[in-house]
Design a protein around this ligand. Structure first.
Ligand SMILES: NC(=O)c1ccc[n+]([C@@H]2O[C@H](COP(=O)([O-])OP(=O)(O)OC[C@H]3O[C@@H](n4cnc5c(N)ncnc54)[C@H](OP(=O)(O)O)[C@@H]3O)[C@@H](O)[C@H]2O)c1
Length: 238
């Protein structure tokens, strides 16, 4: 697949699933604009991806930062928004701010990005939002996280109506062997990978490259809109 003359904006593209998607897009001849909070991570991305990559700092939790980031972007053919930082608390946690964390860190961050990007989206362009297989098969103690992912999926369907002819889809990955889990303690990572291995049809965690492929399909397939793609090895099928 070639992406010559196309620009993909990845908010949350300095690591993990966003970086893998940016890498595949550049390999296909496209240009990327990558956002994230850490300047060091963004520097490393430019070193890795070269001239095809432009980077800028953004914190999706801060509306002024989101506005600044998108003001500096000229053209958006494709937008992907995996940026998220959140804590997962059980529904009976005493602090309401802890319960709101997945909504604030994952749902509202994507809403802010799409609102700021919308005037610059090409009419034949597309958006992919980030959910997670937990929306369909919540792990114990993660009801609010599951709900935030479900909200992202419903938001994506609504946006597909409001932004048409721009297409809008949602990706819902299972557990992926990549940067996010590599940064977590070994015992937590091993438990998550064991759950995905035992609980899925393909019997293993996914790879970041597999999710990148699925995201690029959603971005470029002209007949696919308002869809949520569960790229989870069959994990959400109990
Ligand atoms: N990996 C999995 O197994 C998996 C499975 C299902 C769903 N997901 C979802 O996929 C998304 C990303 O996962 P990942 O594996 O790619 O994680 P990751 O490797 O941690 O990447 C997250 C990216 O988002 C950026 N980011 C985080 N908070 C941000 C903020 N407030 N503002 C701007 N940028 C921010 C990070 O850079 P900075 O920290 O420098 O800002 C980084 O570039 C999350 O929504 C996660 O729930 C992941």
């Amino acid at each position: 697949m070639r992406y010559d003359d196309k620009t993909l904006v990845v908010v949350g593209g300095s690591s993990g699933l966003g970086l893998a998607t940016a890498r595949a897009f550049v390999a296909g001849g496209g240009r990327v604009v990558i956002g994230g909070r850490s300047a060091e991570r963004l520097d490393r991305v430019r070193e890795t991806l070269g001239d095809a990559a432009q980077t800028a700092q953004i914190d999706v939790g801060n509306i002024a930062s989101v506005a600044r980031f998108f003001e500096a972007v000229d053209r958006i053919d494709y937008l992907f928004t995996p940026a998220a930082s959140y804590a997962i608390a059980p529904f009976d946690h005493p602090e309401e701010t802890a319960l709101a964390s997945p909504f604030e860190g994952k749902f509202w961050g994507q809403v802010r990005c799409v609102r700021a990007a919308a005037p610059k989206l090409a009419r034949d362009g597309a958006v992919v939002l980030m959910s997670g297989a937990a929306s369909a098969r919540p792990p114990r103690g993660a009801a609010l996280y599951a709900a935030a992912n479900g909200a992202v999926e419903a938001f994506g369907r609504g946006l597909a109506v409001d932004l048409a002819p721009v297409r809008v889809n949602v990706i819902a990955p299972g557990t992926i062997d990549g940067d996010l889990w590599r940064r977590r303690p070994a015992e937590v990572r091993q438990a998550a990978f064991a759950g995905q291995t035992a609980g899925s049809l393909v019997g293993r965690p996914g790879s970041e490259g597999e999710i990148a492929q699925a995201v690029l399909f959603l971005l470029t397939n002209g007949f696919t809109t308002a869809a949520t793609l569960f790229s989870d090895g069959g994990y959400s099928l109990r």
